[in-house]
Design a protein around this ligand. Sequence first.
Ligand code: FAD
Length: 261
Amino acid sequence: MHKVEPKVFLIGETRIVEDGLRGFLNHIGAPEWQSDAPTDVEKVAEFYSRLCYKSYKPGLNPNVKKIREHNAEHLGNILKVKHGSVLEHPVINFVFADVSRVFTHELVRHRVGVAISQESLRYVRLDDLGQWLPTVIREDEEAMTIFGRTFEELERLQKELAVHFRLDDSQANFTRKKIVTSAMRRIAPIGLATNIGWSANPRTLRWVLEMRTAPEAEEEIRLVFGEVGKIVVNRYPNLFGDMVVEIIDGLPSYKSPNSKV
Ligand SMILES: Cc1cc2nc3c(=O)[nH]c(=O)nc-3n(C[C@H](O)[C@H](O)[C@H](O)COP(=O)(O)OP(=O)(O)OC[C@H]3O[C@@H](n4cnc5c(N)ncnc54)[C@H](O)[C@@H]3O)c2cc1C
């Protein structure tokens, strides 16, 4: 058994294919369009939004005489008028590491605009349980002892079963190992540390950030999405800069005047 801290890794984001973008802009007669977006994620959202009204420059659509020139201004207006569907085009990719199955079970309730890849406990043997504990347990010596004892015993039972089923015998075939490992996880604690890949579009992210950093949310998911909030507000200011952060019970809580675009 070992202690862990939940961690957030930003591992990817949408990138523009410049040739294709230029090809389309030439095609519609707006070859000079440029964006001052800080990232391609913000540029993609702006690009698709401008496509709706052909607003890459004044007069390209005779009905549009004036345009909002800058990415910040343009996306700021999108958030204000809640035309959030254009924020579904870019994708932002995270890995949440050393999070519990308590966390992952709550995370996967958010179904819209996400992709998920979770460490499979059918295949991955639980021979060294990772443990993160909420404050209410950490602050209570007796509760800490009970948690420690329980985790150690459950880990010992995993090892005992692995010996019982001879999982480390050189002849044990992979299908058999999978069946047995999957059966064994039924006596593992849902507080065990695991890893999950989670990708979301910015529209979804804005919503999940608000829901899961709210003071009513569970401590671990608040902690993780507090980190997500820091990353996205800093990296994509024109998509998340309107969010107001308040520290509640020592954890950041994100709210937006433009909630649920
Ligand atoms: C503090 C807290 C406590 C919770 N407690 C419980 C609990 O006790 N038990 C429990 O089961 N769950 C609980 N949940 C989970 C909660 O009920 C939601 O399932 C979860 O937050 C996902 O959010 P969402 O419904 O907004 O879905 P998302 O997938 O994040 O969807 C985003 C939005 O898209 C729209 N949408 C999504 N799906 C549909 C649809 N099928 N039809 C129409 N519109 C749709 C909705 O407007 C929705 O808000 C809790 C969540 C929180 C934050």
